[in-house]
Write a protein that binds this ligand. Structure first.
Ligand code: CMC
Length: 392
C-alpha cells in the first residue's frame, strides 16, 4: 500500500512552508517576519504588527494610516448580530459565545466571500481583525448583563476594546493609558505562533475552500482547550487556588506525581525547551502594570513568582525542560485590568485572529495549495462478514 510516516500529535511533521513566524525552541527565540518579539512588544504596536504579519513588511506611515482606517471602517457588527447573543444563557462561557457568533458571521458574509478572489480574501481578513474585539466585548457585556457599547473609532485598537468592555452608558469613561498600553502588548505577544493546534485547525478547515469566518470559528474552538489557549484561565484559577506561598510545594509535588493528572498550568511547551520569550516580556509587563496601578503587593503575583522560582530549580522541571509559557503571567495583568478569568481566552482569540487569517491567506495564495488530508495507522478488525442481529 501507500508509504507514509506515523506521527501522532505531529511532533515531527511540517505541514506547510511559511514565511510568517519563526521559532527556535532551544534558544527561546520568536520572530514575526524576522523581527524579534521583544523588540516588537517594546517599540511597535498591535495594528502595526497586524500589518507586518499580513503583508510581510513594516508599513510606511502612509500605509499605516490607510490600514488603520480600513480596520476602523469595519469595527461595527451588523445590528442583527445582537439577536445571536440573546440565544445564549447568561452564564454561557464567552468562548462558546464567540465561537457561535464568529461562525454565524459566515452567514452574513457568504455571498460576498469568494475564497478564490484575493481581493475578497483581503476584505474578509480586515473584517475579522476589526470585528473580533467588538464581538468579544459584546460577549463580556452580555455575561455581566450590561448594554453593549459600540466601537468609538477615534480610539486606538486596544483603548477601543477596553472602552467597549468597561464603559457604561450615561457615564464618562476615560481609558487609562497604562492599561491600554498593556492591553496592546498582550495582543502583540499573542498575534501569531506558527503551526500550533488552532492555526493548523484554521489551515486544515480552510484547505477545503470553506468560508473564512467558519474557519476562524474552528480555530477559536480549538484554542479553548486548557492545553492550548484555555491555559491562561486555568493558570490564574490555579494560582488563586494555591493562594499562599506556603502551599506551593504541595502543588509542585502533585505536578510531579505520575498518578495525579494535575499539571502546572502555564508551564511547558511543545516547541520551547527554554524560556518562552513571550513569558519574559509578560512578566516584566505584570510588574510594570501592577506597579503603576499601585497594587504591586498582589498575592497572586507573589505566588506566581515563587512558583516559577521553585519549579525552575526542581530536577523534574529542569530535566523535562519545562519553563513558564505565555499564559503564566498574562492572567495577572488581565485580572488587574478588571477582566474575569472567563474573558482571558477570548482575549487570546482576538489577538490570534490576525495570525490565523495571515496563515489562511498565505495558504490560499500558494499555487501548490491542496486539501489537508492526514492518513492513519489502522488497528481495527480485518475484513469480516455481516452477521444478522438474530445471530449476534
Ligand atoms: N506540569 C507537569 N508536568 C508536565 C507539564 C506541566 N505543565 N507539561 C509537561 N509535563 C511533563 C509531562 O507529564 C511529560 O512527562 P513524561 O515524559 O514523564 O510523560 C513531559 O513533561 C512532556 O509532556 P508532553 O505532554 O508529552 O508534552 P507536549 O509537548 O505534548 O505538551 C503542553 C505541551 C503545553 C500541552 C504541556 O506542557 C502542558 O500540558 N502544559 C500545561 C498547559 C499549558 O500551559 N498550555 C499552554 C501552552 S502555551 C500557549 C498555548 O499554546 O496556547
Amino acid at each position: 500500500g501507500d508509504v507514509f510516516t506515523y506521527d501522532p500529535g505531529f511532533t515531527s511533521t511540517a505541514s506547510c512552508d511559511s514565511t510568517i513566524t519563526f521559532i527556535d525552541g532551544d534558544k527561546g527565540e520568536l520572530l514575526y517576519r524576522g523581527y524579534p518579539i521583544d523588540q516588537l512588544a517594546e517599540k511597535s504596536h498591535y495594528l502595526e504588527v497586524c500589518y507586518l504579519l499580513l503583508y510581510g513588511e513594516l508599513p510606511t506611515e502612509a500605509e499605516q494610516i490607510d490600514f488603520e482606517s480600513r480596520v476602523t471602517n469595519h469595527t461595527m457588527v451588523h445590528e442583527q448580530m445582537i439577536k445571536f447573543f440573546s440565544g445564549f444563557r447568561r452564564d454561557a462561557h464567552p468562548m462558546a459565545i464567540i465561537t457561535g457568533v464568529v461562525g454565524a458571521m459566515s452567514a452574513f458574509y457568504h455571498d460576498s466571500t469568494d475564497v478564490n478572489d484575493p481581493w475578497q480574501r483581503e476584505v474578509a481578513a480586515i473584517r475579522m481583525i476589526a470585528k473580533l474585539p467588538t464581538i468579544c466585548a459584546m460577549a463580556f457585556k452580555y455575561s455581566v448583563g450590561q448594554p453593549f457599547v459600540y466601537p468609538k473609532n477615534d480610539l486606538d485598537y486596544a483603548s477601543n476594546f477596553l472602552r467597549m468592555c468597561f464603559a457604561v452608558p450615561c457615564e464618562e469613561y476615560e481609558v487609562n493609558p497604562i492599561l491600554s498600553k498593556a492591553m496592546d502588548r498582550i495582543f502583540t505577544l499573542h498575534a501569531d505562533h506558527e503551526q500550533n493546534a488552532s492555526t493548523s485547525t484554521v489551515r486544515l478547515a480552510g484547505s477545503s475552500g470553506a468560508n473564512p469566518f467558519a474557519c476562524i470559528a474552528a480555530g477559536i474552538a480549538c484554542l479553548w482547550g486548557p492545553a492550548h489557549g484555555g491555559a491562561n484561565q486555568a493558570c490564574l484559577e490555579m494560582l488563586r487556588e494555591i493562594g499562599t506561598v506556603d502551599r506551593i510545594p504541595e502543588y509542585v509535588a502533585r505536578a510531579k506525581d505520575k498518578n495525579d493528572p494535575f499539571r502546572l498550568m502555564g508551564f511547558g511547551h511543545r516547541v520551547y525547551k527554554n524560556f518562552d520569550p513571550r513569558a519574559k516580556v509578560m512578566k516584566e509587563s505584570a510588574d510594570e502594570v501592577l506597579g503603576l496601578l499601585g497594587i504591586e503587593d498582589n498575592e497572586t503575583l507573589k505566588v506566581a513568582k515563587e512558583l516559577e522560582r521553585i519549579a525552575l530549580e526542581d530536577p523534574y522541571f529542569v530535566e523535562k525542560k519545562l519553563y513558564p509559557n505565555v499564559d503564566f503571567y498574562s492572567g495577572i495583568i488581565l485580572e488587574a485590568m478588571g477582566f474575569p478569568t472567563s474573558m482571558f481566552t477570548p482575549i487570546f482569540a482576538l489577538s490570534r485572529t490576525v495570525g490565523w487569517i495571515s496563515q489562511w491567506k498565505e495558504m490560499l495564495g500558494d499555487p501548490n495549495q491542496k486539501i489537508g488530508r492526514p492518513r492513519q495507522l489502522y488497528l481495527g478488525a480485518t475484513t469480516r462478514d455481516y452477521v444478522d442481529v438474530s445471530k449476534r
